[in-house]
Design a protein. Structure first.
Length: 69
């Protein structure tokens, strides 16, 4: 499913194609914990759903200049 979120750090809109269902999104929006609603996703993907922050933004925020994702 195509998911678009606005980063709470930069305000940038990011779009990702994630392996989630509409039912999982509804469960999360209704209060399910991220890890319960999306057990198949990585921590980075769950963070993206929650905050809109991309893995690259996390690396940049940490000051890493030459890190690979």
């Amino acid at each position: 499913m195509i998911i678009t979120r606005k980063s709470i750090i930069s305000g940038t809109l990011y779009t990702r194609d994630l392996d989630v269902t509409q039912a999982q999104l509804v469960a999360y929006e209704d209060g399910a914990l991220l890890q319960d609603a999306f057990p198949q996703l990585s921590a980075d993907d769950r963070e993206f759903i929650k905050t809109g922050i991309s893995a690259l933004e996390w690396l940049q925020m940490s000051g890493c200049q030459e890190c690979d994702i």
